[in-house]
Design a protein around this ligand. Structure first.
Ligand code: FES
Length: 255
């Protein structure tokens, strides 16, 4: 513990990369006076305030909701996407998880399909382009349907909800040795394939999304399982097996 108020101090090794630059480097910073109940992002806010006071460029790090919903805050902490705790996003991580005086290494998610924008901020628009190929249902506007007109079996509803929990943070890609986006893509396909509303576009959805995933330069899945371990929402790798079957079925139907 640091001297005053039971606060903590850390040495941070942070990836710094200028906007548009093709290479970067690790830079060491010392942060003091950190409350153990601060979130990881609040600790970065404090670092950036220190840097601004010294007239230095603050570290670019993405966040939005700061409550584990939006998926923008993902960084690698000590080599693990979102840090040391399972099922916890970077924004929900508290500094009490890191011993006082320790060194913490912070890097952006690494993948060719996620180019670094600046420092710890990456471009995840490849995920958006995958979703535009079918990760939705088309609805013809009109009178609202009767609420009980489309009954959904309980098992299917629960499995769909589990898959729909994906927040698109990209931790699965960062953790995979092949930089595969199979867990993300399969989760987005699966929940729609389980619901009656997803049936009319079921074939075009899986063909379009898987083809776009490949076109974006993500690697193939070779069943390492690192994606499932890194996912802060506990998305099951079972989704990938279901996606493969769904793709085969769609290919046969499409002729
Ligand atoms: S900032 Fe939204 S999930 Fe972390």
């Amino acid at each position: 513990m640091s001297a005053e108020n039971g606060t903590r101090s850390y040495k941070l090794e942070v990836w710094r990369q200028a906007r548009g630059a093709s290479s970067g480097r690790m830079v060491v910073y010392q942060v003091n006076g950190i409350d153990q109940n601060m979130s990881f992002l609040e600790m970065f806010d404090q670092l950036n305030e220190d840097l601004l006071r010294r007239g230095e460029d603050p570290v670019a790090i993405d966040s939005d909701c700061r409550e584990g919903i939006c998926g923008t805050c993902g960084v690698c902490i000590d080599g693990r996407p979102h840090g040391p705790l399972p099922n916890v996003t970077t924004c929900s991580l508290r500094m009490r998880e890191f011993p006082d005086g320790s060194t913490i290494v912070v890097e952006p998610f690494r993948a060719d399909a996620f180019p670094v924008v600046k420092d710890l901020v990456i471009d995840r628009s490849a995920f958006d382009r995958v979703v535009t190929k079918g990760g939705f249902i088309s609805v013809n506007a009109g009178q609202a349907p009767e609420a009980n007109g489309l009954p959904v079996p309980k098992d299917a509803a629960e499995a769909a909800m589990d898959s729909a929990a994906c927040i698109g943070c990209g931790a699965c890609v960062a953790a995979c040795p092949n930089a595969s986006a199979a867990l993300f893509t399969s989760a987005r396909i699966r929940y729609l394939s389980l619901l009656p509303q997803g049936q009319p576009e079921r074939t075009s959805r899986v063909l379009g999304m898987v083809d776009q995933m490949d076109a974006e330069g993500f690697g193939d899945c070779s069943n390492h399982g690192e994606c499932e371990a890194a996912c802060p929402k506990g998305i099951s790798i079972e989704n990938i097996a279901k996606m493969r079957r769904e793709y085969l079925r769609a290919s046969l139907r499409a002729g």
